[in-house]
Design a protein around this ligand. Sequence first.
Ligand SMILES: NC(=O)C1=CN([C@@H]2O[C@H](COP(=O)(O)OP(=O)(O)OC[C@H]3O[C@@H](n4cnc5c(N)ncnc54)[C@H](OP(=O)(O)O)[C@@H]3O)[C@@H](O)[C@H]2O)C=CC1
Ligand SMILES: CC(C)(CO)C(=O)C(=O)O
Length: 302
Amino acid sequence: MATRRVRYPIAVVGAGALGRLFAAGLARVGPVVLVARDAQRAAALAQGYTWVTLEGARRVRPPVAHPGALPEADWVVLVVKGPDTAAAARLAGRMRPKGVLSLQNGLVEATLRRALPGLHAAQGVTTEGAYREGERVVWAGRGETLVPPGFEPIAQALAQAGFRARVEPSIHEARLKKLLVNLVINPLTALARVENGRVAEPPLDALARRLIAEALPVLRGEGLELTPREAEALVFGVARDTARNRSSMLQDVLAGRPTELETLTGAFVALAERRGLEVPTHRAVYALLQAWEQARGLGDDA
Ligand SMILES: NC(=O)C1=CN([C@@H]2O[C@H](COP(=O)(O)OP(=O)(O)OC[C@H]3O[C@@H](n4cnc5c(N)ncnc54)[C@H](OP(=O)(O)O)[C@@H]3O)[C@@H](O)[C@H]2O)C=CC1
Ligand SMILES: CC(C)(CO)C(=O)C(=O)O
């Protein structure tokens, strides 16, 4: 007789920085399972890990699963890097969820829908800041998590767990704003090997303005109504607020890992092409980073 799989209200797929952060918080208020990439990583995580917050460090030990021993889940939160989106989404689908919510950067909704036909799958936005130091996860900056309508149970669970989280009816606009920020800060910091704050200072600020000016007509076509002044205030505001941070793309480049180039600049250049709009500066940063990835044999499965 087939054994019934355990069913959790929430599963988090991707036991990296954000996954560990959300699972640690959610585990304080209810059942949650953290799904690792494989059995070996799951076994290490099952020993627990350290969650570092401003209030101090605590040991947490949420239940852990892996593709060979997968529970079911009502709702799945997907937090893997862009190149891993399709594989992780297929894994999420195997948990027979009511819905799959990505909180990744970049544009991944099309990949999600292709990987999960017929399932309720969408992308939200988070500005939480977290990074890993070995097995530890450091909650580096308190942000906000916006989820699309239809994912209320996830917003409620995150809010109960102490995260700032809510349903955002204009989620499309929120995603496009985050995309604009990432299209400027991530490639420039990765190419120049500098912290975020330098994007708002000479000489990079001029290049940043060029990227913003090229991006606006494309994003306007997608529904983002921002004047150049508002767009610059948004991007330079984030650069200054996170001045001492290393962007995720810079961290990937420094660690020799694949970057999220394809779901950020790659996806954006494809959008521009569909609209017949020229984005030469985005194409230039795209080619430079693609060349860096190709030279290291780093690819993309999305
Ligand atoms: N960290 C942050 O502060 C923020 C991150 N984001 C976005 O969130 C997403 C995740 O970022 P972050 O947590 O930093 O990334 P990490 O690289 O720290 O974590 C990603 C995790 O996903 C795991 N993974 C990859 N493929 C699979 C798979 N098929 N099944 C299960 N697990 C898998 C990786 O495993 P392994 O370790 O084995 O590679 C890794 O542990 C990105 O899109 C990022 O841009 C957005 C806002 C803030
Ligand atoms: C907002 C920003 C640029 C913060 O570092 C980010 O999202 C990233 O690094 O990917």
